[in-house]
Design a protein around this ligand. Structure first.
Ligand code: ADP
Length: 698
């Protein structure tokens, strides 16, 4: 079987073991864990969901019940009687109250009183007052005899039977006095109209309280007098805005602007800041009466007809039940609740109702009720507007129920959300994440452990391999020179007739092989000393150049015989340094013997020794086989021998460079190799000139 296929097989086996021992159990654990977590999550969710269904039904019922109670409360006879009699609708905020009489005309809020324009001269009126009044009008408008007219109106005043008659007579007296330029009399009459008959309204729909005041102001202007009517005007203005006179919308608007224009022009010239402030504050306040006017208008145009229709259609139904109408009030959704009150006033049936203020209902009334219910049942409750659907949060709508109102035709939905659901969702996501993370960490730790163990095993196996190889190499190394020595020794002993040259050759082989043997044994001994930490150096100050030269000289003959060309550049006068002579010799021998061993063809050896940057540099280069780049980092490892064919064929133990490196480092130096396969190698060693950590031994 080829080595590569064994490797692939080994890799497959490792992967299989890795899969069975790690991936498989972890996958099972992950599956079981995630499955249990999601099942637990789902069952809790199911329980909460069914709870949500039941509870949200009751929440909706409670809300509608509360609203019905509120509605019934406002639409109770007692409450409406109170509102009607006290003319006070501000009792309940958020609703506008109304009452329709038997004919469905608006009894409350009271606005735009219809005046009887035939009064006081109704066709059938033959009373003394009516006759006199007709005479007075004849004097005034046809004969233009104002003094007679004044007298006739005065008589009317005398015989008037009601306040209304009195007021009409007074108005005639005042008018005809002005025509006669009798201003002081006119002032008196208008003052009476303004103060005594203020609330009454004439045939043109004008209240005497206001026209009296306006006329007084006119007279003052005509006479260029300052009657100081300003406080009166302010008071009248406030009454008008508060609905003291139930005028029609057009009369209300007319008098408002009349009084405002008088006040604004008068207050401009007057420097009474207090009155101005008072006026500004009244003007800026929204008019209660205007609200009533608009409400009445809305009732007239939209609601009354609908109530009428419903009453005709459902005549047989129980009238006193509350009914609801949805309408569109100026483009806005509006809800009206109403019921019939039997025998409400003077034996007549009235229809009473309320218009809910949509905003108050949606933003105040319902949220307040929901808050209470929510506290009670522990669910989140809020309104969701169908018309403007802006959900409060997408997530909330996901896990919630939306219910339509049953009793009230609201355009909203009630959203019921289970707060615990979000927490559970969040918690479960967190749990899954933590579980996944833990599994990931376990997987990483286990994989790392497996890798470390595998690396350790591989290292141990490599080291075992190296040691076996070493033993094999060394025994071979020892055996070869020994057999040669023995062979040539025996030859010398046995063969007597050997020529002188043959004897010399034999002796040379014996010497060379014994040198090799001793080199080998020295290396092994040195290495074992280093391994046991017993290697000692004898440092002495000396001339390292001499040691290098001497060692080279020792090998010179041998090298030349092998056919080496030696380039030698050893600088003169190098500084003395502290070194172990024997160790440096050993280092040189190792480098030289490597150069010989790994230069099978081009036999060139260069040795140089020189000083550079406070170091002595020793360089040994050859033009031999060189070293492959991937081997460069290993050649100093113990027992390491080249894997290349050329090198493998040479003999060696893999200890030479390990020893060289140890010797260099013991001298605080460093070694560097540069090599190109097929081009040769250069070993550069740096010996620092001033070594600090050790002293010369004596
Ligand atoms: P050995 O020479 O006994 O194998 P060494 O420790 O001396 O052991 O060398 C280790 C390896 O370094 C050698 O196997 C060889 O591959 C490489 N090597 C050392 N010196 C040289 C050289 N001068 N040229 C080429 N390769 C060398």
């Amino acid at each position: 079987m080829k080595l590569s296929s064994i490797k692939i097989l080994l890799k497959r086996k490792t992967l299989l073991i890795f899969f069975i021992a790690l991936v498989l159990p972890l996958t099972i654990v992950a599956y079981l864990g995630f499955d249990t977590l999601s099942k637990r999550h789902n069952s809790t969710k199911n329980i909460l969901e069914s709870n949500l269904w039941i509870t949200s039904e009751s929440a909706l019922n409670q809300l509608e019940q509360k609203l019905q109670d509120l509605e019934a409360n406002i639409l109770s006879v007692e409450h409406l009687q109170q509102v009607y009699s006290e003319s006070n609708a501000a009792l309940k905020a958020g609703v506008e109250i109304f009452l329709l009489d038997e004919d469905l005309s608006i009894a409350y809020p009271q606005t735009g009183i219809v005046v009887n324009d035939e009064f006081p001269l109704g066709n059938n009126s033959n009373s003394a007052f009516a006759n006199e009044f007709r005479q007075a009008e004849l004097y005034e408008f046809q004969e233009r005899d104002y003094s007679k007219a004044t007298e006739a109106y005065s008589r009317c005043y005398e015989i008037a039977e009601s306040e209304r008659d009195q007021a009409f007579a007074l108005e005639g007296m005042a008018r005809t006095s002005i025509s006669q330029k009798k201003y002081s009399a006119a002032v008196r009459y208008y003052q009476m109209l303004h103060t005594k008959h203020s609330l009454l309204i004439n045939n043109a729909g004008h209240p005497f309280g206001i026209i009296g005041l306006l006329q007084l102001h006119e007279i003052n202007k005509r006479l260029s007098q300052d009657g100081n009517l300003l406080p009166d005007f302010i008071d009248t203005y406030e009454k008008l805005k508060n609905g003291y006179w139930k005028l029609s919308a057009s009369s209300y608007g007319f008098f408002c602007s009349e009084i405002e224009s008088v006040l604004e022009s008068e207050l401009l010239s007057d420097n009474n800041t207090l009155l101005r402030q008072e006026y500004d504050s009244i003007k800026s306040k929204p008019s209660r009466y205007l609200v009533d006017l608009e409400f009445a208008e809305y009732l007239r145009t939209d609601i009354v007809s609908k109530i009428n229709e419903a009453q005709i259609l459902n005549a047989s139904e129980n009238d006193s039940q509350i009914k609801r109408i949805v309408s569109n009030n100026n483009g806005k959704w509006a809800l009206v609740s109403y019921r019939v009150f039997k025998d409400f006033k003077d034996g007549n049936n009235y229809t009473g109702g309320i218009k809910w203020d949509t905003d108050t209902l949606q933003e105040v009334i319902i949220p307040a009720i929901l808050e209470n219910i929510s506290l009670d049942i522990g669910l989140d409750l809020f309104l969701f507007n169908k018309l403007t659907p802006t959900p409060p949060s997408g997530q909330i709508l996901e896990n919630s129920l939306s219910l339509s109102f049953r009793s009230f035709p609201f355009p909203w939905k009630l959203i019921v959300a289970q707060p615990a659901m979000f927490i559970i969702e969040k918690e479960s996501r967190k749990e899954m994440l933590i579980y996944g993370l833990m599994l990931g960490i376990v997987f990483i730790v286990m994989t790392l452990g497996a890798i470390l163990i595998a690396r350790d095993i591989k290292r141990k196996a490599d080291s075992m391999n190296m040691k076996t190889e070493f033993v094999h190499n060394v025994s071979h190394e020892l055996k070869t020179p020994l057999s040669l020595i023995r062979l040539y020794g025996e030859t010398l002993l046995i063969k007597e007739n050997l020529s002188a040259k043959q004897k010399t050759d034999a002796l040379q082989v014996i010497t060379k092989e014994s040198e090799r043997l001793s080199h080998m044994i020295n290396n092994i001994l040195d290495f074992s000393k280093i391994e046991m930490g017993r290697k000692e150096f004898n440092f002495h100050k000396g001339d390292i150049a001499m040691t290098i030269r001497d060692t080279l000289d020792l090998y010179r003959y041998h090298l030349e015989k092998e056919g080496f060309k030696i380039n030698e550049e050893i600088a003169l006068d190098l500084p003395l340094i502290i070194f172990d002579k024997q160790a440096v010799e050993g280092l040189m021998i190792n480098l030289l013997s490597n150069a010989i061993k790994y230069s099978p063809e081009k036999k060139v050896l260069s040795i140089s020794l020189y000083e550079e940057n406070a170091n002595i540099i020793l360089q040994v280069s050859d033009k031999g086989v060189g070293i492959a780049p991937d081997e460069l980092s290993h050649i100093f490892d113990r027992f390491y021998r080249t894997k290349q064919k050329v090198g493998m064929e040479s003999r060696g133990s893999g200890l030479g460079l390990t020893l060289v490196k140890h010797i260099v480092e013991s001298h605080e130096g460093s070694i560097h190799v540069s090599s190109e396969p097929g081009e040769g190698s250069t070993f550069s060693i740096k010996f620092p000139i001033s070594q600090s950590s050790f002293n010369e031994q004596i």
